[in-house]
Design a protein around this ligand. Structure first.
Ligand SMILES: NC(=O)c1ccc[n+]([C@@H]2O[C@H](COP(=O)([O-])OP(=O)(O)OC[C@H]3O[C@@H](n4cnc5c(N)ncnc54)[C@H](O)[C@@H]3O)[C@@H](O)[C@H]2O)c1
Length: 339
């Protein structure tokens, strides 16, 4: 069977991981081309991976390269939507890192264009490919804990780096966007109806006036009655912390964790274990599994497991959260321009 020729857009931190996965971890894919506007960045990644791959500085040239079968987009958030749309218009399947778009006009355009042209779009919601979260979804969907009543989702990054360069509202559009999707994934079939968000700059209060929010809590009400809370913080000194909990009428499910391995240390100081300090360690398997699934879906024309529609819902919740912070009021999703 022909291997899928994948073009990678964005050769930064996440792009390097995805590039390595495409080149070395997926037998059905080839890293055919890399595009990054920084001169030499694509070449540098190609040389690190020691692969025979084309380099571009213009992502549009990569998208228009007739040899490209699919693209993986790992450029900064605000550049995603235009490249996703360009790929769809060229009939090329897309894996796009989250967020797929940062406004609803773009998200709507992507959902419509991908449906109209029958082009697969998968979004980088890695929890859907993490073993524990997947198992939790399956249990909940099969009714093992009854109707969900309370949900929680947490993302805490280990270290706030380059705080001055973080674009406004990143905590909702790029961090909690994972949790918004997780809450929908773990409350299958239910839709959010109301969102209330509180956020502050507690790690770097000096940057609040410049728009930094590094800590946030969002409460959501769903149309099946469930109430959810989700929270994020950019600096958990103990490591990268991604967890969820769903409490239902007949039990409770938890997923996620912070352990670096199953090793537990017992000594005169007590009991301890090491934690992951990096997303690519904690979510290594999920990052590989999401691309493996994408390649499989494109080759066999199967529906993807994290869709543009999922991304549009997560974005609606993020935008409602932003509006809630601005107004200090709960935001109803059904009466809102968002729907
Ligand atoms: N799923 C996850 O858990 C996860 C984790 C980290 C990052 N991400 C996402 O991955 C994306 C990239 O993040 P990162 O940490 O790798 O950032 P990064 O800054 O390390 O890398 C971004 C790269 O994109 C390049 N670039 C800039 N403008 C571009 C454009 N217009 N077109 C193409 N490339 C462009 C930059 O030169 C850089 O090499 C972001 O959307 C981020 O939200 C996802």
């Amino acid at each position: 069977m022909k291997r899928l020729n994948v073009g990678l857009i964005g050769a930064g931190r996440m792009g390097a991981f995805h590039g390595e996965t495409i080149a070395n971890r997926l037998p059905q894919a080839t890293l055919y081309a890399v595009a990054d506007p920084v001169p030499g960045a694509a070449e540098k990644l190609i040389s690190q991976l020691n692969v025979n791959t084309k380099a571009y500085t213009d992502p549009m040239e990569l998208i228009q390269d007739p040899g490209v079968d699919a693209v993986v987009i790992a450029s900064p958030a605000r550049t995603h939507a235009s490249n996703v749309l360009a790929a769809i218009k060229n009939g090329i399947a897309v894996f796009c890192e989250k967020p797929m778009a940062v406004n609803l006009t773009e998200a709507n355009e992507i959902v419509e264009a991908s449906e109209e042209r029958n082009v697969l779009v998968q979004v980088g919601f890695n929890r859907r490919f993490e073993k524990g979260f997947k198992a939790a979804h399956t249990e909940i969907a099969s009714g093992k804990i009854g109707t969900p009543q309370l949900l929680k989702s947490t993302t805490r990054d280990p270290k706030l780096n380059r705080a001055e360069t973080i674009p406004e509202w990143t905590i909702f559009l790029e961090t909690l966007i994972h949790d918004f999707d997780t809450l929908m994934y773990l409350n299958p079939g239910a839709k959010p109806v109301e969102v209330y968000a509180v956020a502050d700059a507690l790690i770097r209060p000096d940057l609040k006036a410049k728009g930094l929010l590094d800590t946030a809590v969002v409460t959501l009400k769903f149309d099946n009655g469930a109430i959810a809370t989700t929270e994020a913080n950019f600096q958990a000194v103990y490591g990268y912390d991604v967890r969820a909990e769903v409490f239902g009428a007949e039990g409770m499910i938890t997923a996620g964790g912070i352990r670096e391995s199953s090793m537990t240390r017992y000594n005169q100081n007590g009991v301890s274990f090491d934690t992951c300090r990096y997303d690519q360690d904690l979510l290594f398997d999920a990052y590989v599994a999401e691309l493996s699934s994408f390649v499989d879906c494109v080759i066999h024309q199967k529906p993807v497991l994290a869709t543009a529609e999922d991304a549009r819902w997560a974005l609606k919740i993020a935008l409602a959260s932003i509006e809630s912070v601005k107004s200090n009021l709960p935001i109803k999703l059904d009466q809102h321009i968002l729907v």
